[in-house]
Write a protein that binds this ligand. Structure first.
Ligand code: BGC
Length: 253
């Protein structure tokens, strides 16, 4: 194990995925291992799965973790798609106690964004770049001249005429739950993107997470002026970004 090799773990509402990452090249050094997120996804149950994933990698060093909530100084400040017991929990403590490894944590979409800005299509792009992750929820990462504005939570805005937040209307879960065709879902997602375009006027929108792999199915329904592209790292971005973040924190400490 070298200092630049870090275990990245992407904690999601349906799966917890991990791989060892070379943070200089962004390469995954092994096959990603995915374990089901336990139901209910309480801190105790998730901690056990997290520790199992660390053991499966025979890992003893620093772990970077992307987590699906607002994260400030290691604390969870929201719990939209995970058990409500996470509210106010110290994620770092919960996961490092269970795994025996030092852990650094950030929002999962922010993690995906960091990776895509460093190794993917966001590399060297100035101005405003917005990355949206489409999975169980909708996550967002906002960059200004390459610098992250953390915890933007743009999956929780309201679209005109909707009583529920955007992620209930147009996440990948919404598509599955309501059995929407790609065209029906694509039109909803386009409403969402048009709203983001009008309010943020970004230079580029990147898509990551589960549904980014199926971009060809809904690309034709997107009518924004600005370019919208599937992220180059697709859904490995969260794992890679978590490792990059942990390394940056470790270097600063
Ligand atoms: C959460 C975000 C998260 C996103 C994607 C949302 O429900 O509020 O924090 O980034 O899901 O997992």
């Amino acid at each position: 194990m070298q200092e630049r090799h870090i275990l990245g773990i992407d904690v999601g509402a349906s799966g917890i995925k991990g791989a060892v990452v070379d943070i200089e090249t962004g390469e995954l050094l092994n096959e990603r291992i995915r374990l089901e997120t336990p139901t209910p996804s309480t801190p105790e149950a998730m901690a056990e799965t997290f520790a199992e994933l660390v053991r499966a990698h025979k890992w003893k060093g620093l772990v970077g973790c992307g987590f699906p909530s607002i994260v400030k100084h290691g604390i969870a400040y929201s719990a939209a798609n995970i058990d409500k017991d996470w509210m106010g929990q110290n994620i770092i403590e919960v996961f490092s106690m269970a795994s025996g490894c030092p852990v650094e944590v950030l929002n999962d979409a922010d993690a995906a964004g960091l990776a895509e800005m460093r190794f993917g299509l966001g590399k060297g792009v100035d101005g405003v770049v917005l990355l949206i992750t489409i999975g169980s929820g909708l996550g967002s990462a906002l960059f200004i001249d390459g610098r992250l504005v953390p915890n933007t939570e743009l999956g929780h805005i309201y679209l005109e005429g909707q009583k529920q937040v955007a992620e209930v209307y147009t996440s990948n879960n919404a598509r599955k739950r309501e059995n929407l065709s790609w065209e029906e879902w694509g039109q909803r997602f386009n409403e969402y993107l048009l709203h983001l375009e009008r309010t943020f006027n970004p230079d580029l929108i990147l898509l990551s997470g589960g549904a980014s792999k199926r971009f060809d199915k809904y690309e034709s329904f997107i009518s924004t002026q600005i370019p919208v592209k599937p992220a180059q790292l697709l859904n490995a971005a969260g794992t890679i970004g978590a490792a990059v973040y942990a390394y940056q924190k470790f270097r600063k400490a």
